[in-house]
Design a protein. Sequence first.
Length: 215
Amino acid sequence: MARVSQEHLDARRRQILNGAARLFARNGFHATSMQDVLKEVDLSAGAVYRYFSGKDELIAAIVKDVLGEIRASFEDVVRQSPPPPPDRLVGAVLGRTLNVYSSLSEEGESVLPPLIMQVWAETVRNEELAAVLAEVYMTLREAWGRAVEAYQDAGMMSPDIPADHVARTMIATVQGFIAQQALFGGAPVEVLQDGLRALMSMGDDRAVTDGSQLG
């Protein structure tokens, strides 16, 4: 019997993950059964269960795919010294992340934003998934913190704001943009980049404003 190549095995695994991702984004994790997955990917139960023991393992594999790409893309960008400005950094990371399942779409919209929303909701009941997400979140916070410190050392950002505060804010900005896409329809990453660039262009006039209000 001829041996099946690793390339064939990887392609079949990707076929199953892609089909499951489409279903999860469309119907949610709990409304999707393994029978639905078998039908979507047009494979036998034996072929699918060779790769994944069940739905929870499929969910975990998809989550690790996406989170792994986020972490890898961020680490690639922040290797620069100093890192690119926040608008370009976020654009590079988010753009690469959205390409993980770029070939999949539902009615012309990427499946990734609704899929990520499903993951966030699933962490409420799935402790293992919540632990994976928390680990990646802490990794990103630390990486963003280092990037902010590099900005501050280069004179690109005010040094009087704790780096972790900026890190958490930038992560929240990306999360909010993903939520907007899932809830209200897709938008190019340039929208977020333009918005960040505009906010970054504002001067710090708080002292003047506060003085005029007191006066």
